[in-house]
Design a protein around this ligand. Structure first.
Ligand code: PEP
Ligand code: MN
Length: 263
């Protein structure tokens, strides 16, 4: 169902009056984790001032260690909902278990499936049975074929609003957190009719690489770019090494806009 052979036109998904999958790239910025109302509001104000329409932030965090911050859960979803109303932003947030989906539907505009859950088939089927747009991230060590099959799981249950997100894969290279597989973008665009995003934060794990990788993503034809922004990354409860602060975010977005004008 997700194959280009099945449908030749690009899938376009409308989220908060923004058309994803056609025209200018979509941007998804926001903190790694929802930590407090004030923290998310500071980022939301900056996103809103740029005329952007989406915000991200994790309420359920799949962390490597059980002793690391696990997210605020439902409380985090409530913060996101309040921010969404106050700033007019659509919320992109990760759901990690089918049992949370029903509850989350009231709070969330786009359900994110994280890399660690790309092959959680029961979760894929459960989000496939909703009509919420889904942002599906590529697994840590998933082939493109496995990634496409994961999207197929979702669509096989009836939900056609799927965005694929390349977020880097695990390789022997240690200079970056993961290896951004930039060629996955045109391959996914050829093989499927779905919008394709690039998450420059989790793929690189390096603030100095966010801008060049975002440019590469746009140049190669990505439909959107995701990056993490936190008012004070040094005290962030997750991913403190790689989030941009607000002034870095301003500079990043300025450069991206200049870059896009060249096209
Ligand atoms: C995230 O985007 O919050 C996240 C945890 O990313 P990934 O699932 O790609 O590691
Ligand atoms: Mn993160």
């Amino acid at each position: 169902l997700v194959s280009r052979k099945k449908k030749s036109e690009d899938t376009v998904i409308e989220i908060n009056n923004e058309k994803v999958g056609v025209g200018d790239p979509t941007f998804v910025f926001g903190p790694c984790s929802v930590e407090s109302y004030e923290q998310v509001a500071a980022v939301a104000a900056s996103i809103q001032s740029k005329g952007l329409k989406l915000i991200r932030g994790g309420a359920y965090k799949p962390r490597t260690s059980p002793y690391d911050f696990q997210g605020l859960g439902l409380e985090g979803l409530k913060i996101l909902k309040q921010i969404s109303k106050e700033y007019g932003l659509a919320v992109v947030t990760e759901i990690v278990t089918p049992t949370h989906i029903e509850e989350a539907l009231d709070y969330v505009d786009v359900i994110q499936i994280g890399a660690r859950n790309m092959q959680n088939f029961e979760l894929l089927k459960a989000v496939g049975a909703t009509n919420k747009p889904v942002l599906l991230k590529r697994g840590l060590a998933a082939t493109i074929d496995e990634f496409i099959h994961a999207a197929e799981y979702i669509m096989s249950k009836g939900n056609e609003n799927i965005i694929l997100c390349e977020r880097g894969i695990r390789t022997y290279e240690k200079a970056t957190r993961n290896t951004l597989d930039i060629s996955a973008v045109p391959i996914l665009k050829q093989e499927t009719h779905l919008p394709v995003f690039v998450d420059v934060t989790h793929s690189t794990g390096r603030r100095d690489l966010l801008l060049p990788c975002a440019k590469a993503a746009i140049a190669i034809g990505a439909d959107g770019v995701m990056a993490e922004v936190h008012p004070d990354p040094s005290v962030a409860l997750s991913d403190s090494q790689q989030q941009m602060d607000i002034s870095q975010f301003d500079a990043f977005y300025n450069e991206i806009q200049k870059f896009m004008k060249q096209y």
